[in-house]
Design a protein around this ligand. Structure first.
Ligand SMILES: [Zn+2]
Length: 49
């Protein structure tokens, strides 16, 4: 299991990824986040949405 933290608009999102079972889960503020939500926040933070 690999944890990768991404700062979006000064709020960290953490991606947990397992190469064994192909699991990818995002976490934000202690709870699970959807990839769509993370991408949406990323788009807003970069000013493209
Ligand atoms: Zn696994």
């Amino acid at each position: 299991m690999v944890a990768l933290t991404l700062e979006i608009a000064e709020e960290p999102r953490t991606l947990f990824s397992c190469s064994h079972c192909d699991v990818r889960e995002w976490e934000h503020e202690g709870s699970r986040a959807s990839l769509a939500g993370v991408l949406d926040d990323l788009a807003k933070a970069s000013g493209t949405a």
